[in-house]
Design a protein around this ligand. Sequence first.
Ligand code: 6PG
Length: 474
Amino acid sequence: MALQQYEYGMIGLGTMGRNLALNIGDHGFSMAGFDKDISKAEALDKEAGPRNLRGFNDLNDFLTSLKRPRTILMLVPAGKAVDSIIEELKSRLSPGDLLADCGNSHYSDTDRRKTCLEKEGIRFMGIGVSGGESGARYGPSIMPGGDEQDYNRVAPMLEAIAAKVETAPCVAWLGPGSAGHYVKMVHNGIEYALMQLIAETYHVLKEAGGLSNRELHSLFARWNKGVLKSFLICISAEIFAHTDELTGKDLIDMIRASARQKGTGMWTSQDAFGLHVPIPSVDMAVTQRDMSAMVEERSIAQGLYSGTNASQLLDKEALIAQVEQALQFSTRVTYAQGTSLLYHASAAYGYGLNLAKVSTLWRGGCIIRAELLEDIRKAYEHKPALPNLLLDKVYADALQGLLPAIRNTVKCAVDAGIPIPATMASLSYYESYRREWLPANLIQAQRDYFGAHTYERTDREGVFHTHWETRSSR
Ligand code: 6PG
């Protein structure tokens, strides 16, 4: 048995855990891995090569193999699996050992687990990791939260394995408690919205523009060299060019149009509602995943409403130029919604987030990495306490320049009967946010009318109630 030999431990040797372990091994750190599934422990041994990595299937042997105090990363599916591992570990760990949950845990679970483990003297961190399988292997974006002194224990290793932009590692301590998992949750909410916006753009180009998959591939590849340059645009370009091995057709056309979800986008919306922070582009993306899953009902409805698909081909080049700018607009508005949620959550939960730092570490490795994040970073560096990117002058100027294109895109989609709810939500968010007056005076009056909820006035302080009822409304 290997006695107190390994610097780090990894619990959970699924795709993400194993790839992260290999990445850690590449950078000269030693690591013991544990998985209940012996084949996964063996797979790590097999792939380890010259790296100082070893797989274990026995929890006690694994724990004995680690240097003290132990530093253990955990990459298991969020939810019950995390709690049951912690339950098994609790009596076996010693005060001063550090456990870091690197999965997509809900931030409130992270706070609960941290409090519970710290009663036993066990240190606990919640670390968001983004970038999927290849990110884990070659450089993810890492979002750590917890106590800063605990972060300092793992910082050299995390900085070594993280993605780099120029030479800067995409990792930094973000704040206390569940700050890291909260930022990762919002990252995923933005991810949902960006994916939905790109899918809506595809829908318009395919149905109203008549673009083939080949043309979509070339177009997205071109976009990926310009302002829209990002991971999601890049992979979309590749997807449009992929041939199905089974049929020889374009694979995209063989995929069922019904998207699954693990729930992190929904958590983002739920939390934003709780904090009263509007993020409608994310909400719509979550809604459209649910809508996409209702295949049977939609199929019946299609029969009932046949003939209402008014799609007609529009001038391709003009449409392309317009939707490109519309996508730039909605992408900008989506990041603004996500970071405004972080701004408010930071105050509500005491995270003390530095949004320039968050945008810096989102520039590489993660799913929402994009050229645009450099503008966002600059905006927050210029004004760290900016409540919303829409209040930044440079950002505002860019949005104003793109406004005619998104308005026209929405008009085209409406005329063609193509649903683009997240795009519309992005435009509506902007149209609402940029106005001092919204028609909520009528809502106030209605509430006061039927429920005596009172209202505030524009010309004097205080709350007022009016006896509204007339004979006709009784
Ligand atoms: C990432 C991804 C990753 C995962 C999503 C998928 O940052 O690497 O966000 O965490 O791919 O959780 O989420 P859904 O299954 O909910 O789409």
